[in-house]
Ligand binder design. Structure first.
Ligand code: ZN
Length: 175
């Protein structure tokens, strides 16, 4: 779904943990992981594929170029993470400015302020509670995906004058 589709602006429904035990749920999660990797993206929230439920998948493998360009952004590997019904419990650290993009607004990026550190409480793909503490780039991905589940897009938070087509951009990501 691209920006303008109403599903991207809806508060997504909470997932019933019992539903996670079904093969329907597990195949939806598999499909989302596949879609994210194919995009390629480093995060995908269910509303982006038209499902208004609180489910998101995240994964980031640092490329050698990113490693080289890491100017203190803490660009680190984020192993495959499934978030169900997440809430961000704590923001920490200074607000940081970095280019950000979104698979639901293809071809563009903009500087978007994000918190350096977050603590996220959520269920995993089996319905077990998990608490995740993230900082740097991974914290940015978490904030982006959690925003999708409440109908918020990065364009709501971006610094508008920095909006750019990606062909003019040297760094950034899509999620
Ligand atoms: Zn996005």
């Amino acid at each position: 779904m691209q920006v303008g589709h109403p599903v991207l602006r809806r508060q997504a429904d909470a997932v019933d943990p019992a539903w996670l035990k079904t093969s329907e749920a597990q195949s939806l999660i598999e499909q989302m992981v596949e879609t994210m990797r194919k995009a390629p993206g480093i995060g995908l929230a269910a509303p982006q594929i038209g499902q208004s439920i609180q489910l998101a998948v995240l994964e980031h493998r640092v490329t050698p170029e990113e490693e080289e360009e890491d100017d203190g952004w803490e660009v680190t590997n984020l192993p495959l993470t499934i978030l169900v019904n997440p809430t961000i419990k704590r923001f920490g650290g200074p607000s940081e400015r970095l280019y950000e993009g979104c698979l639901s607004f293809e071809g563009f990026s903009a500087v978007t302020p994000r918190h350096r550190r977050v603590r996220v409480q959520a269920l995993d793909q089996h319905g077990e509670p998990q608490t995740l503490e993230m900082s740097g780039y991974s914290a940015r991905i978490f904030q982006h995906e959690c925003d999708h589940l409440v109908g918020t897009l990065y364009v709501d938070r971006m610094e508008p004058t920095t909006l750019t087509e990606n062909r003019y951009l040297l760094e950034g990501f899509e999620a």
